[in-house]
Design a protein around this ligand. Structure first.
Ligand code: BG6
Length: 497
């Protein structure tokens, strides 16, 4: 097939970061702790976040581990350095930039009635800077950062009260930034709610055994499914509010799309059916948020497990009538599923990997220990599947490659692997567009090195721009441009051609 690599006029080229992994300033200007402030990495600390149940008060309290380095507390200091950082991004020609608003900067506890003006002011300045540099802001409302008070006091999203707190927050930020921000996303990678309930779902276990070493084991399926429903109601209410307030804007969901790129290990029909089942764990969220329905396979699961969530009158209609305008997703790697591991493929535990079965057709992996199978065709598979199923615009919210890189003073970091990754994935995006997928834009994850979310490291560097900070917390935070910066710049300048 002759490749044209044409991208539509007005295609959005940019980069994506998140407040919790870049801003630092974790207790500045009124901000209070949020979920990932008490974790090193959301996978590595998924079982042992820095909170402890106090049987006296019957509440969780913050209890940071003095032996751990919580890099995100200072992160890459984007909170203070965003002006120079955004200039570097604009220097690549990016016409958009995605970040998140830190919920706990606006509502430090989460349940206040009035917002924190210092937090609001910060994002005014941030969005103004983006706009002045020609970059359309793309804003995630919450990216792994539920205010910790809401989790300790209310158990987070398994409690219905969260819907009201979230809506109050949305109402404030939509009114404040509606004239500046046209593209919004509700919950980052909400489909991680079962695998990472604390960080990605903002859920705290309610039945607590303080002696259980494995924190994650305290969650019940019932509370996780209630949290799912509450978040889905909040999503629909947020979409409705958004459409009322900002008719010209677009609001999307954000899904960890790598899980959708799951192939059957063989043509054995049992492998194919196991894969169908595994992929439903990801389709589930867009079936609700993009198609507006609770799918039959979810209802059957509830029935089989006897965990019917509390669904109130009018909520299913609300979900049906308020679907997202576009599907945003991240894509990093693909997976293989066979019938033997199928059932446990994405069960809600943190240790069971999603990459258990090796794909013999994929020979390239990201560096150890992360070992992501590098599969550009998987990105096209996700784009085409989403298009076929929902017929909605798509937006690649994250794609990128983490490498362990060392800076040698006076020398530019050479990163041909990153350039190749970028080019190969973009070729597949172009092919999907040729096939008719309506792709609004492409965002590189972590265009500036930032704190990894999964493992909480600086060592896993995604950036086109190096940031001098290290796993042990050392580093002077200086920025320097890597070779790949110029390649992305060239691609953007030619609109992908
Ligand atoms: C996505 C998240 O899961 O992947 C980001 O939205 C995250 O927050 C990114 O950083 C890459 O994962 P990691 O673990 O390499 O940081």
């Amino acid at each position: 097939r002759k490749l044209q690599y044409t991208f539509p006029e007005g295609f959005l080229w940019g980069g994506a970061i998140a407040a919790n992994q870049t801003e630092g300033a974790w207790l500045e200007d009124g901000k209070k702790p949020q979920a990932t402030d008490v974790m090193v990495g959301i996978i590595t600390d998924g079982h042992t976040p820095g909170v402890k149940y106090n049987p006296q008060t019957q509440k969780y309290e913050i209890c940071l581990n003095p032996d751990k380095v919580y890099l995100a507390h200072e992160a890459i200091d984007f909170y203070h350095r965003y002006k120079e950082d955004l200039q570097l991004m604009a220097g690549m020609g990016m016409n958009c930039f995605r970040t998140s608003i830190s919920w706990a900067r606006i509502f430090p506890n989460g349940d206040e009635l009035a917002p924190n003006e210092a937090g609001l002011k910060h994002y005014d300045d941030l969005f103004d800077t983006m706009l002045s540099l020609g970059m359309e802001p793309i804003v995630t409302i919450t990216h792994f950062d539920t205010p910790l008070h809401l989790m300790c006091e209310y158990n987070g999203w398994s409690n219905r009260k969260m819907i009201g707190f979230f809506l109050n927050y949305c109402n404030v930020i939509f009114r404040r930034y509606g004239a500046k921000v046209k593209y919004w996303l509700t919950f980052n990678e909400i489909n991680n709610i079962f695998r990472m309930p604390f960080a990605a779902g903002g859920v705290m276990p309610s039945h607590t055994d303080p002696d259980t070493v494995d924190f994650a084991a305290n969650y019940t399926q019932k509370e996780l499914h209630q949290a799912l429903h509450n978040a889905m109601v909040a999503n629909a209410q947020c979409v409705r509010l958004f459409h009322d307030l900002m008719p010209g804007g677009r609001i999307g969901c954000m899904i960890a799309g790598s899980h959708l790129a799951t192939y059957p290990a063989s043509c054995d029909p049992r492998d194919v059916l196991a894969t169908l089942d595994a992929r439903r764990n990801t389709f589930l969220f867009t079936d609700i948020m993009a198609a507006g329905v609770y799918p039959e396979y979810l209802r059957k699961m509830w029935k089989d497990q006897g965990i019917q969530p509390d669904i109130r009158e009018g909520e299913l209609e609300l979900i049906r009538d308020n679907t997202v305008d576009y599907i945003g997703f991240s894509y990093y790697y693909s997976n293989v599923c066979n019938a033997a591991v199928g059932a446990e493929f994405f069960e809600g535990t943190l240790t069971k990997g999603s990459r258990k079965v090796k794909n013999p057709y994929i020979t390239e992996y990201s560096p150890s220990p992360w070992n992501f199978p590098l599969d550009p065709l998987g990105l096209r598979y996700v784009l085409e599947e989403y298009t076929d199923r929902y017929h909605k615009p798509l937006f690649i919210m994250e794609n990128g490659l983490g490498l362990d890189e060392t800076e040698i003073p006076g020398q530019r970091i050479q990163d041909p692997e990153r350039v190749k990754f970028l080019e190969e994935h973009l070729k597949q995006v172009a092919l999907a567009i040729e096939d008719g997928c309506n792709v609004l834009g492409y965002l590189w994850w972590g265009p500036l090195d930032l704190v990894s979310s999964g493992t909480g490291e600086m060592r896993k560097r995604y950036g086109f721009v190096y940031v001098d900070r290290h796993n042990d917390g050392t580093g002077d935070l200086h920025r320097s441009i890597k070779e790949s910066y110029y390649r992305y710049k060239e691609i953007i300048a030619n609109n992908g051609l």
